[in-house]
Design a binder for this molecule. Sequence first.
Ligand code: NDP
Length: 300
Amino acid sequence: MTAKIIDGKSLAEGLRGRIAGHAQRLKSDHGITPGLAIVIVGHDPGSQVYVAQKAKQTVEMGMHSEKYELPETASEAEVLVLVQKLNADRAIHGILVQLPVPDHIDSRNIIQTIDPAKDVDCFTPASVGKLAIGLPGPISCTPLGCLMLLRDQLGDLSGLHAVVVGRSNLVGKPITQLLLRENCTVTMAHSRTRDLPFIVRQADIVIAAVGRPEMIKGDWIKLGATVIDVGINRIDAPERGPGKTRLLGDVDFASASQVAGAITPVPGGVGPMTIACLLANTITTASLINGLMPPSDLIA
Ligand code: NDP
């Protein structure tokens, strides 16, 4: 069997089309230009690339974009002051502080200072709680992207067994909440899970969010399963030239694609959906802040 490759780029493009339409309507019907502020502290090269992409796509959607670049030496207090200023800024409907922040800053303090109404990453305790009990609000970007890919691929997910490998606050836990909402039976696995290959082999849906290149092998996958590879691992690639790198997922694509029914590539799978979902969340928060119902076609 050779798996269908799930094209995250093309699904993200469709979503961006809907986002641009809603941004336009918010402007023409209500005089609202959705605004996203991105804060980056330090010079992590990976983060710089993500932030540049996010800011560029915000502008392309006809939305207002602000980018704040603080030096590596910025204190926690300085970041907190900036976040508070953005909380009070009426032109801003979404605040994203790019993680990781330098070690001397406690990211939990930053996250808890973000106004939950502008929490487009769905990191604050209030947003996490809303997600858990199904109240309207932003939904964690990467998990929402995974869910949209799954629904596009499989339609109704009800009754399917999903195994989520990884239990981070960023990916594993929120995707589990979303899959439960979809009536999946969900197993969460992590570094202490015993006989992980056996557990993964039970899955109709595998979500790999581990951060270990090609850890999940083809012989762990049930024939015909749908595999969503969240992992982004940057690996040295001297064969491409000095200093060059390439991206690998958490799934061994070569072997898994011989067994799975459908699989996301890395890059080109979950990554493009994550950025599009961030922009979708900004439309959602801009609507809610202004007392409007968020558009229903932006969330899965
Ligand atoms: P974290 O490091 O926060 O979490 C990793 C999880 O994997 C932990 O729960 C850990 O278990 C588990 N784990 C680690 N080793 C093993 C193992 N050998 N067996 C089973 N479980 C294991 O990572 P994130 O969730 O933040 O990110 C995961 C991956 O997704 C990374 O590659 C990251 O770059 C990528 N990512 C991609 C995004 C995208 O847009 N495509 C967005 C966000 C992340 P334990 O809790 O027991 O330590």
